[in-house]
Design a protein around this ligand. Sequence first.
Ligand SMILES: Cc1cc2nc3c(=O)[nH]c(=O)nc-3n(C[C@H](O)[C@H](O)[C@H](O)COP(=O)(O)OP(=O)(O)OC[C@H]3O[C@@H](n4cnc5c(N)ncnc54)[C@H](O)[C@@H]3O)c2cc1C
Length: 651
Amino acid sequence: MGHPQEVDIIVAGGGPAGCVVAGRLAYADPSLKVMLIEGGANNRDDPWVYRPGIYVRNMQNDGINDKATFYTDTMASSYMRGRRSIVPCANILGGGSSINFQMYTRASASDWDDFKTEGWTAKDLLPLMKRLENYQKPSNNDTHGYDGPIAISNGGTITALAHDFLRASDTIGVPFSDDIQDLETSHASEIWAKYINRHTGRRSDAATAYVHSVMDVQNNLFLRTNSRVSRVIFEGDKAVGVAYVPARNRGHAGQTMETIVKARKCVVVSSGTLGTPQILERSGVGSAERLKKLDIKVVSDLPGVGEQYQDHYTTLSIYRVSNESATLDDFLRGDKEVQKELFQEWEVSPEKARLSSNAIDAGFKIRPTEAELKEMGPEFNKLWDTYFKDKPDKPVMFGSIVSAAYADHSLLPPGKYMTMFQYLEYPASRGKIHIRSPNPYVEPEFDSGFMNNKADFAPLRWSYKKTREVARRMDAFRGELTSHHPRFHPASPAAAMDIDIQTAKALLPNAFTVGIHMGTWHKPGFTYDANKVHEDIKYSEEDDKAIDDWIADHVETTWHSLGTCAMKPREEGGVVDSHLNVFGTKNLKVVDLSICPDNLGTNTYSSALLVGEKGATILCEELGLKIKTPHAPVPHAPMPKGVPATQQVRH
Ligand SMILES: Cc1cc2nc3c(=O)[nH]c(=O)nc-3n(C[C@H](O)[C@H](O)[C@H](O)COP(=O)(O)OP(=O)(O)OC[C@H]3O[C@@H](n4cnc5c(N)ncnc54)[C@H](O)[C@@H]3O)c2cc1C
């Protein structure tokens, strides 16, 4: 059937938040016509989406991978020693949930309370947090949900490295807990859950959960993919539809060819933190001064659009592990036999396969001790006093272990690795994104702002040291991959030490060169001793400087963009009100993570879903509808409790 040219609701952008809004509304009222317009391809039945263990492939920036858009800093940054950072964002239906690393965490209660917006406190949002979850782990707190469309489990396997990590974390003062996603815990470790359905071994993406599920049983949800929304169409200040263009501009002699769809009731922009402000600006919503320079007619003068860009910042440090360790390195490296074995295993028994996992099985949230704070310098201490001190539920850093090198394997020596993934949850730095042209194919001006506030160096430096102490205390530890550590002076006691000779010989038994005397090349580590009691490494000022330089050279996005269309008062630079209405317009809402006025200490998929659920609730109330629970049966998922088998569709 051809698509209608007019519907009731248009959702522009099919990320987690957009999928929730479109799916919930369409399911609430089968007579309501909803159209979801997504710039990327449909994710349905794509094995490079639904098999969890291949997620790293989605990050290939090789000109072929079209599942992500890679935003690069327009200008080199002096805060990163002249580097430009790259922030990959989803470009596929399901948004980040189709390509992300599937790590399940949740924001602290105070994060939501800090929004200081009526209807958005943690207490207000708790029922919606539960509504979205199909939590498949045991739990001893009452914050999880069990009948929602998004599956959360430990996946198919937990590696031994994860338990090793938890034991070592305990020895440095990070105790183990069975659930630190209870909105309160800010200093403990756990087996890190995943957005993977434990019965099917599949990724739990938002499009399958909220959109394909409804399209399977109803015909009022219209999906257009490979269609980039160029702008919102206004009559006066009232949004009445959108214009979209093909994803690629390869026909029509390079002219932009717009198709227009009308919306009778509301346009919801949900194109993510980096996509949404661009659509708003092209539509005449943004700083009047900026828009006039681009000859764009101003609909609403909102200088906050595109400002206050936030993320979480990570540095990845890589370690050697024993040759016996179970890691994904050979699979990721492209060993054909190993790949065949793992893919086959997934086909036969996905519920317990190694690929039904992201190999990120354990992690922690941490806050510094008083003694550690003293070493973290005045800039961070000032931030601590105003931001963290009185909010005991806010962690400063997250750390987790990947049972493999998260790196380009063509650049690594043979062997097995683990990656310590340490990330800063509430950076003080801010960036921005703005269009340079009304043409939707022209790249925007982007400033990630990474590290432009000095306070962000100390916690990253501190967490590098912490995860290094954890790694050194693990049974599987066999040295540091020196290329992925700070460049300490070779004579410093803090200098990274590479693989020990015994492990290297076992790895390459026929090599003639293992351990040859060339001390300037590398510093071999000590042979593993199970009884060794470790002292913490002492760092000099010079060592700290080496760590800071390394941070500047290597700090990366954690792919957790938020904040460019903030929900706060208009006079404070706000873009939307508490009902997600765009100031100065009618029938136009923004529903995605761009609305966050402040950071959220979590991997942000859970928050994007929650913002989507809140947006759907607000819209349903305004339209006089009631959200139906449980949601439509999720394809490929086991039957939810309480829904008659006759109402379920399976594939
Ligand atoms: C590589 C990666 C790894 C991540 N890992 C994790 C993780 O392990 N755990 C976790 O909790 N979170 C993770 N995240 C973060 C999480 O996925 C995001 O926070 C979440 O997807 C944000 O949802 P959103 O709806 O705000 O926007 P997005 O997910 O960004 O979705 C926006 C959608 O809009 C589309 N779009 C953009 N512009 C247009 C346009 N002009 N017209 C039409 N469509 C458009 C995009 O293609 C996209 O589908 C990761 C994200 C990425 C990218």
